[in-house]
Ligand binder design. Structure first.
Ligand SMILES: [Ca+2]
Length: 151
């Protein structure tokens, strides 16, 4: 590869490449179930999931470790059953845990193995990402995976 080709490659795919900045980052749930740990949301495996207790407005938070330019957030429902446990989601992004802005809503019930995407405005920068069920009572939050595309 020539120096010019390398420079073009690096510019296009190195500096500017989006990647999943959430993978293997710390995850906090509003409540915990030992069999389905919070880390399952960011382990790259779609056949597992996390599980909260039955509660009102359960949430999942990811600490990305530093601020990233965030482009897109994807939430995957459980693959083989119970996809409808993912419903009525609100997505927040913020530089600080207590200063989050709502960037998207998903209304209704997901299907099994559904991929729900939220696109952030171009200038969205944040370290903390939260998804929360905003409607209903006695819900469990069970995403199979949450992917945050950023750089
Ligand atoms: Ca997973």
């Amino acid at each position: 590869m020539s120096a010019l080709a390398f420079a073009i490659f690096f510019f296009c795919y190195g500096v500017n490449a989006l990647r999943n900045v959430a993978q293997h980052k710390p995850v906090t749930l509003s409540s915990y179930s030992p069999r389905w740990p919070a880390s399952n949301a960011v382990n790259g495996i779609l056949s597992d999931h996390v599980l909260t207790n039955d509660e009102d407005n359960p949430y999942l938070r990811i600490d990305l470790g530093k601020n990233y330019m965030i482009h897109q957030i994807e939430v995957f429902s459980r693959q083989s059953c119970c996809g409808k446990q993912i419903h009525d989601l609100e997505v927040k992004v913020g530089k600080f845990l207590n200063l989050t802005t709502v960037y998207g809503y998903y209304s209704g019930f997901a299907k099994d193995a559904e991929q729900i995407s939220f696109w952030c405005p171009y200038s969205t920068v944040g370290r903390h990402v939260q998804i929360q069920i905003f409607k209903g009572v006695n819900d469990v939050l069970t995403p199979a995976e949450v992917i945050v595309w950023g750089k």
